[in-house]
Design a protein around this ligand. Sequence first.
Ligand SMILES: NC(=O)c1ccc[n+]([C@@H]2O[C@H](COP(=O)([O-])OP(=O)(O)OC[C@H]3O[C@@H](n4cnc5c(N)ncnc54)[C@H](O)[C@@H]3O)[C@@H](O)[C@H]2O)c1
Ligand SMILES: O=C(O)[C@H](O)COP(=O)(O)O
Length: 411
Amino acid sequence: MSPLKTSFPKHKMKVVLLESISQSAVESFKKAGYTQIEQHSGALSGEELDEVLKDAKILGVRSKTQLTEEVIQKAKKLVAVGCFCIGTNQVDLEAANKAGVCVFNAPFSNTRSVAELVIASAIMLIRRIPDKDKAAHAGEWDKSSENAHEIRGKRLGVVGYGHIGSQVSILAESIGLKVSYYDVENKLPLGNAEAVGDLKTLIEESDILTLHVPGTQETKNLFNAEVLSWFTKGQLLINMSRGDVVDIQALKKALDEERIGGAALDVFPEEPKNKAEKFTSPLQNVPNVILTPHIGGSTEEAQWNIGVDVSGKLIKYIESGASLGSHSIPELSLPKMEDTHRILHIHKNVSGVLSEINSKISKLNVNILGQYLSTNFEVGYVVLDISKNDSLDTLKELKKIDHTISARILY
Ligand SMILES: NC(=O)c1ccc[n+]([C@@H]2O[C@H](COP(=O)([O-])OP(=O)(O)OC[C@H]3O[C@@H](n4cnc5c(N)ncnc54)[C@H](O)[C@@H]3O)[C@@H](O)[C@H]2O)c1
Ligand SMILES: O=C(O)[C@H](O)COP(=O)(O)O
């Protein structure tokens, strides 16, 4: 299938990909006709970020690049952002919505990779492998079985039973763990997993706790000093969600007091932006603690699949207007139309805009072949398929409508 022609030529659209996004994404963009692809290995911030965003239409980030309201407002040409990861907390989604910038992510392409690392970490911790490993590297032969246990028959408590939490639950049961979970939503228990009504009970009844909540205002410091005080019997804690979900100083105290018997952390409140920055944590050199550099989703399989998934969504949005999976502007799934022009109109969701659009069009005597509308609290998204040759005048008129955020012809 030959690529669709867009009104703004694709070879003039700048695609900026930060944080070592997979080559699978680069290949997809190239195949679709995008030639201006700028790649950076680390995250950018401040003036450097503003500079690359000056003329970027499409931006790809992973979990590090912070797209604040200020950054989004300055990026006047930005049309869409792809988070080439699961989390979208690094993007001010409200600001993106207000600016008419469509934000996508990859909701499940690294799920399995994280789940596998959780299981591996749980076994490592329950056998106290971090200490044995360090000792062996230092020439010490500690063969003792003291405090080393089988994982079979133990109870795993999952906090956040979404894509990752439920995948962990399935893998855990297959190696003989019992699984309980706590979620703010009512979730279907998979296998023999049991829902627990409150976090305190989950912590008290579990041997290993694993956290899989999103990074939100509600989950910030969820595992604070009070919640960590509910760990009294040497339970193990795994956090592969977001760094600020756990109060690190309070965790260190619980580890020092041996109320928590070990921890595996893949995410931290402060993480280096790139390889050159030094990583420091109060948990460095604490016994039975595994620290990994936010690699839960860093497998070749996951990164490749994420690259294909997110670039596909971005290309589809740019070329057809389909916003299904968007975390900012309203979602629309669109049929493909032949022999028409397609115009997108994103506007503030105030009363009267749709009737104004229709009134302008009827005055221009333009034939509407398809009209699609989706709204959220702040923004309305209208896609119009109109008869050919009418598009430029229509676009000019639509741009004049009060509360217009952006309007463009796709083809
Ligand atoms: N370490 C890594 O490399 C890595 C990789 C992928 C994802 N993540 C993180 O893991 C998070 C979870 O991913 P997912 O795909 O499972 O997300 P998801 O949205 O499928 O699941 C999150 C679950 O948490 C629940 N939840 C929300 N707030 C809660 C609270 N206060 N208490 C209990 N449950 C709560 C939700 O209802 C949902 O079921 C992502 O948002 C991301 O931040 C980290
Ligand atoms: O949200 C995610 O998918 C993970 O935190 C992975 O983030 P990363 O792509 O920056 O490794």
